[in-house]
Write a protein that binds this ligand. Structure first.
Ligand SMILES: [Zn+2]
Length: 357
């Protein structure tokens, strides 16, 4: 694992508090993506309670209080097959929102789940990005298991490719084909393979796999503050909040960069602030399942799609390997990913799905 120096300075600014992470000497923002991001008024309503640095170490695992489903076994998730799905998706090239390859990806996902007999809903909408003329078509995909159940859980991920690989040092590389295998591809591949096993899982809740568009439809380089993140998850969250007779979402688990060759999942800070019990459940099950990538220690602060769900009252956490060395680089390709890593995540989530209520 590469050396990581992470320091946090708290800068009180106006009515908000800005957190800065220094990663390998480069300042990146709380979302880890764009230092200017917090200046967007729309996003200033993020998590309000900074985590007590000792809180994670002092907490007890949720496993202590989980009674139901103690005998739950993980599914036989096939990492090799999941890698096959990842390669198929990446063979489309970059899947930027509104492009032909994005539509082809949608077709692949829809066919996969419909062939499994599962209900697939496209939540299509138009979005305007600040730095782009005109609107772009975006589509969240909702895959519903036991759609009649009112109480439901969410597993989610984004599936769009960032249009610029702007962690490359040379700006001339930014617009070269960026496959975003782990960042955008891995969540889809994971859910496709998990979908093969859902019929074998006895769950108390209905389950929605929600695949977000427009997580990072970002055209301006780091250091500028023009473009909006999380367009798809925000649309999903607001639509749910406004819908009459809506279902109840008891929990949402966001998956982001889960398939790197050497994964580490310390507890993402906003997740622990927003949904500490859910973190304890997941990391507790990971301990039980000997899923060693799940490390019960304080991780990065990362603004991500989970914060949009939290804003509308859905307990939401992010399982993210933010130390993935190929993040927003051209080397984020299938060969930088591993089926065994996805199997580890599946052991934890498939047990959690059987226990959650
Ligand atoms: Zn990204």
């Amino acid at each position: 694992m590469k050396f990581l120096f992470c320091a946090i300075a708290v800068i009180a600014a106006g009515s908000g508090i800005m957190f800065w992470i220094i990663k390998n000497g480069d300042p990146v923002s709380a979302n880890g993506k764009d230092p200017s991001y917090e200046q967007d008024d729309d996003y200033n309503s993020g998590p309000e309670h900074p985590i007590n640095p000792t809180a994670i170490q002092d907490s007890k695992f949720g496993i202590d209080r989980i009674k139901d489903g103690q005998d739950a076994k993980p599914v036989a998730f096939n990492g090799k097959r999941a890698m096959g799905y990842l390669e198929t998706i990446c063979a489309l090239g970059p899947r930027v929102s509104g492009t032909k390859s994005m539509r082809q990806q949608q077709d692949i996902i829809k066919k996969h789940f419909e062939d499994l007999g599962v209900k697939v809903t496209y939540q299509a909408f138009e979005a305007k990005q600040n730095s782009v003329k005109g609107k772009v078509e975006m589509t969240n995909i909702i895959i519903s298991f036991q759609p009649d159940k009112k109480r439901r859980g969410i597993l989610c991920s984004h599936y769009d490719t960032r249009p610029i690989a702007d962690q490359e040092d040379d700006p001339r590389d930014w617009r070269k084909p960026f496959l975003s295998a782990n960042d955008g591809g891995s969540g889809v591949a994971f859910l496709m393979e998990l979908g093969n096993h859902m019929k074998n899982l006895k769950t108390n809740v209905g389950v929605d796999f929600v695949i977000f568009d427009g997580e990072e439809y970002i055209f301006v380089p780091k250091g500028t503050n023009k473009d909006r993140y999380f367009i798809g998850s925000r649309h999903f969250a607001q639509t749910w909040r406004q819908s009459k007779g809506r279902c109840e979402y008891s929990a949402a688990i966001l998956l982001d960069m889960i398939a790197g060759n050497e994964i580490h999942f310390p507890v993402e800070v906003h997740s622990h602030n927003m949904a500490p019990e859910l973190c304890k459940e997941i990391w507790g099950i990971a301990q039980e399942q000997k899923a060693k990538a799940f490390e019960w220690r304080r991780g990065h602060e990362v603004l991500d799609d989970h914060t949009e769900l939290h804003k509308v009252g859905i307990p939401a956490i992010d399982i993210i390997d933010f130390d993935y060395p190929h993040w927003h680089k051209l080397a984020d390709r299938p060969e930088s990913c591993s089926g065994e890593s996805m199997e580890q995540v599946a052991r934890v989530l498939s047990v959690w799905l059987q226990r959650t209520k």
